[in-house]
Design a binder for this molecule. Sequence first.
Ligand SMILES: C[S@@+](CC[C@H](N)C(=O)[O-])C[C@H]1O[C@@H](n2cnc3c(N)ncnc32)[C@H](O)[C@@H]1O
Length: 355
Amino acid sequence: MANKNLNAAKSAKKDEFYTQLTDIERELQHYWPHFRGKTVLCNCDDPYESNFFKYFALRFNQLGLKKLICTCYNGSPVQGNELLIHFDDLDAEPTKIAYKVEITEVKDLNGDGAVDLADVRYLLQNDRNVMATLESGDFRSAECIELLQQADVVVTNPPFSLFREYIGQLIEYGKKFIIVGHQNAITYKEVFPLIKENKVWLGYGFKGGAAHFFSPYEDIATAGDHRRDMIRVSGVTWFTNLEIPKRNEELDLVCRYSPEEYPKYQDYDAIEVSESNAVPYDYDGYIGVPITFLNFFNPEQFEILDCCEPCIRLDILRKMPKFKEYKSRQKICNGILCQKKYHRIIIKNKHPKPL
Ligand SMILES: C[S@@+](CC[C@H](N)C(=O)[O-])C[C@H]1O[C@@H](n2cnc3c(N)ncnc32)[C@H](O)[C@@H]1O
């Protein structure tokens, strides 16, 4: 239900989904060494609303950041009040203003003995040098590209409706990044080649494979899931090109290949493996796995070759355990009635064990 709503939101270009601080903390704990001495850019982040801004501002000294830049897009329809920012010289509502915040140090400015959000608030309210207005705050604008060029690492949850363009820009400018996106983006023709060439991979992910975003849209908030203003979206994950320990962990392979248990596709020379932990240790041909397999992908262990929606003969599928028949996914392939699988990543085991 929630994903249906998300798709509707995507086509309506409703992009206000705010990431929870706990989700950011859970993921970013694995990347700390990458931040020391670096400039971090959060370029879809209204400091009023964004927990990415809060995360980095609060840990500025702990992480040893050189600089934190946040930019706010003028299309954001929401105003928060966590950080009360005043533009005395501007008549417009803060929500209509695109602006940037640039921080190069966070000190105990209010003298209360601790460096915390109160100091960040004090800094924003009292140091005019840290804030400046932008024309639009659009990540594609010249002024934002200039900020992107200064950045070492970009960390944010970009608008779902612009994900292709967003990640394309990061690659074009050779930036390191940790960004939120839906796992279906793996199959996009603009994204899959990056995954295949090991230029982008998945991070650790959200708890239970789903994110709960704060959302201002009452029409798509999922009452009953959590609070009324939260939306649960399954399949949301983190995309990165920073090295993380997880990428060096080998998937433990315990299953043995047999033609009965691992049918071949009708239109692709590969076997179907419908669960990541069932990849056989002794098969040296092409293997089709669900896109969620990328959560376990180690480039030393496997090679990624393709992404497709292959099909299997229906008479073979009907003999398989857990088979579900979907009339809408059936098609005739080489004269035989088949059922199309959902997207599969075609992989090869680099070191199959002999039988
Ligand atoms: C999915 S929300 C995430 C907000 C924040 N990064 C977070 O995770 O809490 C995406 C944000 O991108 C902003 N946005 C939409 N189009 C944009 C654009 N072209 N350039 C920059 N930001 C944009 C939206 O206003 C929205 O606040």
